[in-house]
Design a protein around this ligand. Structure first.
Ligand code: NAP
Length: 189
């Protein structure tokens, strides 16, 4: 997010920081990324070498609008199918999940790390961050050192629930910060 908490404007990220993208790619490759329908539309295609879960209350629209991506995708509505055995998915695999109450995300994040080699990364946007932060053990935040005018998507307040544990990287234009949820068991422990 920017100094004034902007993460998006006009369904785009309002900066271009290749080093930050590289870091995101390195962190998430081989794992699972969960994102909202609008963020997926801004990307236009799934992120390669990762299981992509796209949240929508109308997954049929995704299947209609992106048939190559979602035509044969798994569509989940409850907590009984995909979450039990996510490690059996082969990469790259695209999932299209409908989770009106975020049960799917909660179930993903509660998985015993010993039984699943996969990590689950919430990749935005604002709506999905807002709803899923309460279930997240760790927050990796890129703070872009500028104010952005005209933003229409903002990172939610998290400071009261998370503690800063590490500055992973400090650059002139941005820094990468690692926070942990104060009262949640760290799934990576
Ligand atoms: N700076 C960054 O690192 C970063 C990262 C990611 C995104 N972004 C930016 O964030 C903006 C998009 O954020 P946004 O908040 O507008 O949209 P979003 O969170 O990406 O997507 C919202 C959509 O997700 C679906 N959804 C949300 N909650 C759901 C739930 N509980 N169950 C099922 N589906 C659910 C709904 O899709 P349906 O309407 O289809 O039901 C909803 O309209 C863009 O500007 C993007 O570029 C920035």
């Amino acid at each position: 997010m920017s100094l004034n908490r902007v993460i998006g404007a006009g369904n785009k990220i309002p900066w271009h920081l290749p080093e930050d993208f590289k870091w995101f790619k390195k962190m998430t490759s081989g794992h699972v990324v969960i994102m909202g329908r609008k963020t997926f539309e801004s990307l236009g295609k799934p992120l390669p070498n990762r299981i992509n879960i796209v949240l929508s209350r109308h997954p049929g629209n995704l299947q209609r609008d992106f048939p190559e991506t979602f035509g044969n995708a798994w569509v989940g509505r409850g907590k009984t199918q995909f979450p039990e055995r996510p490690h059996q998915f082969e990469l790259p695999k695209v999932g299209c999940a409908a989770a009106v109450d975020l049960r799917i995300i909660r179930d993903f994040l509660k998985l015993d790390p010993a039984s699943s080699p996969l990590e689950f990364f919430i990749a935005g946007g604002a709506q999905v961050y807002e709803q899923s932060l309460p279930f997240c053990s760790d927050l990796y935040l890129t703070l872009v050192k500028r104010e952005v005018e005209g933003g229409d998507a903002f990172f939610p307040a998290f400071e009261e629930k998370f503690d800063l544990v590490e500055t992973i990287r400090e650059e002139p234009e941005f820094k990468i910060l690692h926070y942990q949820h104060r009262s949640l068991f760290s799934l990576k422990a």
